[in-house]
Design a protein around this ligand. Structure first.
Ligand code: A3P
Length: 322
């Protein structure tokens, strides 16, 4: 979608060699940058994004911790922004492309030392990111563009992540071999874009400080009251649904199009794949159960208590529960 205009000097290995490194809940080593953990190649693209990305005030940035509903949020925002394509006789792009292709991660534009020309993308430019709020390029904050953050309860996030990493094409020896080992890593913050709780808290605080620029959503609330939140999303990105659109059922159509049941049953999402960064990802791995509370099938009472205690401790003093 974007033409590369330059390639940066190689420097990945030198940078990685000086950063703290751990085995984490990911199929390869994680490196620490500005207090958060990232896979090596991805981190290099995060750094390039921080240096080179110039935001426009019309951009829309979707931020998540992995496995918190990124695929769903990308689909919804794409469908809201492109709702003229909902007409029944047109082939909606979401029927033939995965939402990760339609709304790419900002940092993946910069993978492999590329410095892309993102100015050629149509407005509004839709980007997603796993970067924590404190690492987002200053130009994004200065632009005042809307940032939408979706979080999810840590128990379902962990369970979802455990299943996801086990389905990835690359499995290095550093990858946790049991759910118990993966759990320990997640609790210690060593997951991709972790610590999970710090990531959530940063966006929560930003949503309180800059409510017109940062919207904070919970996956569980989105599931419980999808219509309310889809309308809120459209208002937040400054393209609210008109009364006519509501009467014509556009909101319901978007919700149906983006539902787990619909997207996961499409050919593209059953059999398609793409290379994101270092990994070839089969699109069906983004669709597992799409339910709230599946953690109860995987976590022991001790694990549940541990995650609850961490959340209480981390969010103490903030009006935030997950
Ligand atoms: P589960 O593994 O609990 O099923 P991400 O998109 O951030 O990688 O998150 C993946 C999680 O979101 C998975 O959770 C996946 O099933 C769920 N998901 C994907 N598409 C969804 C949709 N359209 N509606 C609701 N949940 C969805």
């Amino acid at each position: 979608a974007s033409a590369p205009i330059a390639k940066e000097e190689e420097g990945e290995e030198e940078i990685m060699s000086i950063l703290p490194r751990v085995r984490g809940l990911w199929p390869e080593h994680l490196y620490q940058h500005q207090g958060f953990w990232y896979a090596g190649k991805y981190l290099h693209s995060v750094m390039a994004t921080q240096t080179h990305f110039i935001a426009h005030s019309s951009d829309i940035l979707l931020a998540t911790n992995p496995k918190c509903g990124t695929t769903w949020l990308k689909s919804l925002i794409f469908a809201i922004c492109n709702r003229k394509l909902m007409h029944p006789s047109t082939q909606h792009p979401l029927l033939t492309l995965n939402s990760h292709q339609l709304v790419p991660f900002l940092e993946l534009h910069y993978i492999d030392n590329q410095i892309p020309n993102l100015d050629i993308l149509p407005s509004p430019r839709l980007f997603a990111t796993h970067m924590p709020y404190s690492s987002i390029p200053q130009s994004v904050l200065d632009s005042g563009c809307p940032i939408i953050y979706m979080c999810r309860n840590p128990k379902d996030t962990f369970v979802s992540m455990w299943h996801f990493v086990n389905k990835l094409s690359i499995k290095e020896s550093t990858m946790p071999s049991t759910l118990e080992e993966a759990f320990e890593m997640f609790c210690n913050g060593a997951s991709n874009a972790g610590p999970f709780w710090d990531h959530v808290l940063e966006y929560w605080r930003a949503s309180l400080d800059r409510p017109h620029c940062v919207m904070f959503l919970k996956y569980e609330e989105m599931q419980a009251e999808t219509t309310v939140h889809v309308k809120r999303l459209a208002e937040f990105i400054r393209c609210p649904f008109s009364l006519e659109e509501e009467k014509e059922g556009v909101v319901d159509e978007i919700i149906r199009l983006c539902s787990f049941e619909n997207l996961s049953s499409l050919d593209v999402n059953k059999t398609g794949d793409a290379v994101f960064g270092k990994f070839e990802v089969k699109f069906h791995t983004y669709f597992r159960k799409g339910k709230v509370g599946d953690w109860s099938n995987y976590l022991t009472p001790d694990m549940i208590e541990r995650l609850d205690r961490i959340s209480e401790h981390k969010f103490h003093g903030y009006d935030l529960t997950l």
